[in-house]
Design a protein around this ligand. Structure first.
Ligand SMILES: [Zn+2]
Ligand SMILES: [Zn+2]
Ligand SMILES: [Zn+2]
Length: 331
């Protein structure tokens, strides 16, 4: 049974999840579909599916799926626990209520997101949106995190391409920090800090990797990691789950393109990406702006970073952006 604990000295939430101990250690490599619980034909090896999409985007309950959503077999949080009042003692705890789902990106065991058709990739992002739309109605939950771990060094334990959703009754520390600072900026300046950032980045150009009608792709000014890349919608919106179909399709294409550039430049690195969006219990916010962050996993976090919570990045984002702009796989 999981429990949220708030560190009284840092305000960070920790999920104590002893049940996760029983999951497979390291990466589980399946040389083929044999034994892979995410491959077609092995549906009985996962907990019962909560959603599946056919090639035409229809939700289906049986038959040939293109994207499939299942509860995580080793959840970090559980949705079967009764809601319990938080203890607001010096040692603050909350029940480890929540939802932990796996989004299986495609039936093909050896594909990766960047290799999928634009249509298939858009279906994956539509599944992200649909799951957030679904869970934001649950009064126990405050936030839904969408993320992908790709490669064992990035935390993936299965190599079949998949993404994850963890929805929790607390708003993650990182997002809280972005919300607090962007609200403060809005109060002072009357504008969204992300919208201002896009204007400034487009004017300067040096950290812009790509620009479309809908999105700006940048290596942010204070990138914590080498080749960290953000995809930010041009049109202001605080909630990813309110994005319309055209934006979802555009985001899928831009994410694939970033991954293709990284593959070309850095020989297919392990990576994480995540979507930062506003909490469920708010409607459209004028100060917050959803975005997707990609982190190639090139270096281990070392003593300085653990100690400081601040990072040393050995590749200037201006240099990273220039290299990524010019990196494109030969066809
Ligand atoms: Zn598989
Ligand atoms: Zn904005
Ligand atoms: Zn963010």
């Amino acid at each position: 049974m999981s429990e949220f604990r708030r560190d009284p000295l840092s305000d960070h939430w920790v999920i104590i999840a002893p049940d996760r101990e029983s999951r497979p250690r390291g990466s589980v490599r399946h040389p083929s579909a044999d034994g892979c619980p995410f491959c077609p034909g092995h549906e009985a090896d996962t907990p019962p599916q909560v959603a599946a999409y056919a090639a035409d985007g229809r939700l289906i309950t049986r038959g040939r799926w293109q994207v499939r959503v299942v509860p995580n077999k080793y959840p970090a949080v559980q949705d079967t626990l009764p809601a319990r009042a938080a203890t607001r003692d010096f040692f603050e705890t909350r029940h480890g209520i929540g939802v932990h789902e796996v989004i299986i990106d495609c039936p093909d065991h050896w594909a990766s997101l960047r290799q999928l058709s634009a249509h298939q990739a858009a279906l994956v992002f539509r599944a992200y949106r649909d799951r957030l739309v679904h869970w934001r109605e649950d009064p126990r939950l405050a936030y839904g995190q969408i993320f992908k771990n790709s490669g064992p060094g990035a935390g993936a334990t299965l190599d079949h391409p998949h993404s994850q959703l963890i929805a929790t009754p607390v708003v993650p520390t990182q997002v809280t920090s972005e919300l607090v600072l962007s609200r403060r900026f809005f109060r002072r300046q009357g504008r969204c800090a992300f919208c201002v950032m896009l204007e400034r980045e487009l004017a300067a150009g040096i950290r812009v990797v790509a620009e479309t009608d809908q999105f700006v792709v940048i290596c942010p000014f204070a990138s914590q990691f080498a080749y960290e890349t953000w995809i930010v919608p041009k049109r202001h919106g605080s909630h990813f789950e309110f994005a319309e179909d055209g934006q979802i399709e555009g985001l899928a294409v831009q994410t694939q393109n970033v991954l293709r550039r990284l593959e070309c430049l850095l020989n297919d690195p392990e990576f994480n990406y995540l979507i930062h969006t506003a909490p469920f219990r708010s409607q459209q916010l004028p100060h917050y702006h959803w975005h997707l962050e990609v982190f190639p996993r090139l270096a281990h976090i070392a003593g300085f970073e653990w100690s400081a919570g601040d990072y040393i990045n050995s590749v200037a984002p201006e240099q990273a952006a220039e290299q990524l702009r010019n990196a494109w796989p030969a066809t």
